[in-house]
Design a protein around this ligand. Structure first.
Ligand SMILES: [Fe+2]
Ligand SMILES: [Fe+2]
Length: 380
């Protein structure tokens, strides 16, 4: 979607430039028309006679002969007039048409500028403006009825396209808002399932965002990852609390049970649609996979594991190490940092670890900002 938006903005920029050129040409034609009117009258001034000769036929070849003028000319009154006046009237009508054109070029430029500046191709307001302003285009019929009618219909058509586009844009916004609300609720439910997780979900989400930004992922993908990563442990909802909250070491059977949570998470998100939810499903399933293929549940290797899951894997482990759990104390952040670096290329994607090292100051700041209460108390 962001690519489409970028292309629309690029095209809008080109259209803006073309409209500026059209505006300059229209202004030049208007000046020429004024000069023609002056020239038509100056025929009577001997010093200027012939100065503008030939220009009237030139401007006629550019704009065509005014239809209204033709109709007027056919009437007895006008055809009886002196040629200089008939020519002046014709040129004046042409001038008015150019004025109308100038107004619409300005209108068009304003519309395009909004697309360039806000990156929102459609708006209901723009549609309304187009509709309201379309009537003036009928004035172009002064020069050419076909042109006037065509421009009028085109404006009406595009006002409808804009209206429909704005409606779809709103719907898309609403869908992503609903998605976000559902995601936040699911994350809160997961958080409440085990008191021990504390701010784990928030920190993993923030770490993932920092890593993705450091790796140069596009802004929309970063935002999607930030949200989707909050659901990485969703499958833990299906794990009995006695196992999740068990103080001390887990038995092999209990650990085997815990290892089912990626599959459960994937299953819980099985029927959801939407970019972020699909990503959440992938992350829920893959966040315990290892770069060397020794992870679970599917033993995927290297880039078989989605990039976002490889990012969350680093964020998740770093946070698990630096947090206190029922079975272990929190590691010193420096030791946890060294552990992440040590596992580059085995447990973790080296590119993600590289980003972790580069952005460590930001990660450390997030760790301090969202410290679990008991850790904060300990530090205090
Ligand atoms: Fe997990
Ligand atoms: Fe986790």
């Amino acid at each position: 979607m962001s690519d489409v938006k970028k292309r629309i903005v690029q095209i809008a920029k080109m259209l803006f430039a073309a409209a500026t050129v059209a505006k300059v040409i229209t202004i030049v034609l208007m000046v020429v028309t004024c000069l023609q009117i002056a020239a038509a009258f100056s025929i009577k001034v001997p010093a200027l006679t012939g100065f503008f000769d030939g220009h009237i036929s030139q401007i006629e070849s550019v704009l065509g002969r005014s239809t209204v003028f033709e109709i007027l000319f056919q009437s007895a009154n006008l055809s009886a007039m002196e040629p200089v006046y008939t020519k002046a009237i014709e040129l004046f009508i042409t001038f008015l048409s150019l004025l109308v054109l100038l107004y619409y070029i300005g209108f068009f430029k304003k519309l395009i500028r909004r697309i360039v500046e806000e990156g929102q191709p459609f708006s209901a307001e723009a549609a309304r403006h187009m509709r309201e302003n379309s009537w003036g285009l009928l004035l172009l019929a002064l020069v050419n009825p076909v042109l006037g009618l065509l421009m009028f219909l085109l404006f009406r058509f595009f006002s409808l396209v804009f209206e429909y586009g704005a409606y779809l844009q709103d719907k898309a916004g609403e869908t992503s808002r609903i998605q976000e609300e559902v995601i936040v609720s699911l994350a809160e439910i997961t958080e409440n399932k085990s008191e021990q997780t504390g701010q784990h979900i928030r920190r993993v989400s923030e770490y993932s965002k920092i890593l993705a930004q450091q790796m140069g992922l596009p802004e929309e993908q970063v935002e999607s990852l930030r949200l989707a990563s909050t659901m990485h442990d969703l499958g833990k909802l299906m794990i009995p609390s006695e196992i999740l909250d068990k103080p001390g070491r887990l038995t092999d059977a209990e650990f085997a049970e815990i290892k089912k949570h990626p599959g459960f998470g994937e299953h819980l998100l099985h029927n959801v649609e939407g970019e972020t939810m699909t990503l959440a499903r992938q992350i829920a399933l893959e966040h315990h996979e290892r770069y060397d293929g020794k992870g679970y549940p599917n033993g995927e290797t290297g880039e078989e594991i989605g990039l976002e899951s490889r990012i969350v894997a680093v964020a998740d482990v770093y946070d698990a190490l630096t947090s206190r759990r029922s079975y272990k104390d929190a590691w010193d952040p420096k030791v946890a940092y060294d552990e992440i670096v040590r596992c580059s290329g085995t447990q973790f994607d080296p590119k993600v670890v590289e980003a972790f090292v580069a952005a460590y100051d930001q990660i450390d700041a997030v760790r301090k900002e969202y410290a679990d209460d008991h850790i904060a108390n300990k530090a205090a």
